[in-house]
Design a protein around this ligand. Structure first.
Ligand code: 11C
Length: 343
């Protein structure tokens, strides 16, 4: 078994990590960290547990530690990070320098030239940037990132459309409240409302998508030159980000060819990878968050409403934002790191 830890274990994404690691066939949870206020408490006291499964018994009594490299046992093979980015930008590089491999969901450093930003089914080859990281930063450890949840929802579909020559992407999102974390929009406080702006989210979708879709060669990633513009909206859904995507391509695929490309999106033989990466619905009013977010255990992407427009193709896509879009994404990157021998 690979010995793993969770940094920032008490928050919305941290709790998902604990849930997804329970009974994992390859990973054994050995250390939990959180903010200094939680350090020293039992996990069941420190975490205000909000998920629909109980806290795993063997985790409930674990003592939460401070997020400091000295607090992490040397024999921890892999650390998952759900730290706030303001903490992650300081702590994660220090942990990598101390020799730990970190698979992080935090938004810090995602755009850095030597940090692999990875969706395993889309750009697993970008992991080789770790060699650059180790050469240039002198780290024994490594830092790998997964993208933002709204980006993960869309990019598997865009990757499937690369064969038609991606030129321009416009996306408008309808994002669940859980994306704001437990300290942000905590419940349905925005019922009977919608918020037409999510700070920084629009820019992240634009940059992260182009990095993920970029080619890796000669020790660097050349970002894809498609233009991506995003409008991000918060709606009163608990979990699951729904997105309306408009794509312009050099070739003119039919909706049937687009559906086929989605259904043929590659999958991987990793414990948390779904059997089918993109599920295509023929019903025009699907996918919907409440009905479809748990496809593939919450690790699949759903698409529907595929149609031609005057300028290209339009469709809707959906993914579970705290599973495929966050903790599950980091977990899958951890499984990829293990399967490729980086841990
Ligand atoms: C939201 N996507 O729904 C955000 C949360 O960059 O990982 C995740 C932010 C990130 O508000």
């Amino acid at each position: 078994m690979t010995s793993v830890g969770v940094l920032g274990a008490t928050g919305a994404v941290g709790q998902r990590f604990i849930q997804l690691l329970d009974g994992h066939p390859e990973f054994e949870l050995s250390v939990l960290t959180a903010s200094p206020e939680s350090a020293g408490k039992r996990y069941r006291e420190a975490a205000k547990w909000r998920l629909d499964t109980p806290i795993p018994e063997d985790v409930a009594e674990v003592e939460v530690r401070d997020t400091d490299p000295d607090e992490i046992p040397d024999d921890t093979d892999l650390l998952f990070s759900a730290l706030p980015s303001s903490v992650g930008e300081r702590v994660e590089p220090a942990l990598c320098e101390a020799g730990f491999v970190v698979s992080s969901n935090s938004s810090n450093d995602r755009a850095a030239d030597d940090v692999p930003l990875v969706i395993p089914e889309v750009n697993a080859d970008h992991l080789d940037l770790i060699d650059v990281q180790r050469d240039e930063r002198g780290w024994d450890g490594a830092l790998v990132k997964n993208p933002n949840c709204s980006t993960i929802t869309m990019v598997p579909t865009l990757a499937a459309l690369r064969q038609f020559g991606l030129e321009r992407v416009h996306v408008s999102t309808l994002q669940a409240v859980s994306g704001a974390g437990y300290s942000g929009v905590t419940s349905m406080e925005i019922i009977d409302n919608a918020v037409p702006h999510i700070g920084g989210e629009e820019a992240k979708m634009e940059t992260e998508s182009r990095k993920l879709l970029g080619e890796f060669a000669d020790s660097e990633v050349s970002w894809h030159d498609a233009s991506v513009s995003a409008s991000c909206n918060r709606i009163p859904t608990l979990d699951g980000h729904l997105e309306n995507v408009f794509v312009e391509t050099r070739e003119e695929p039919t909706p049937e060819e687009v559906a086929e490309a989605f259904e043929d999106a590659p999958t991987l033989d990793l414990p948390s990878a779904p059997n089918q990466l993109v599920h295509v619905f023929e019903e025009p009013d699907r996918p919907q968050p409440r009905l479809d977010r748990m496809l593939g255990g919450g690790m699949a992407v759903a698409a529907g409403g595929i149609q031609e427009t005057d300028t290209g193709i339009q469709y809707n896509c959906l993914a579970h934002n705290t599973i495929r879009g966050a903790a599950g994404a980091s977990l899958l990157n951890g499984e990829l790191l293990a399967s490729e021998g980086w841990v």
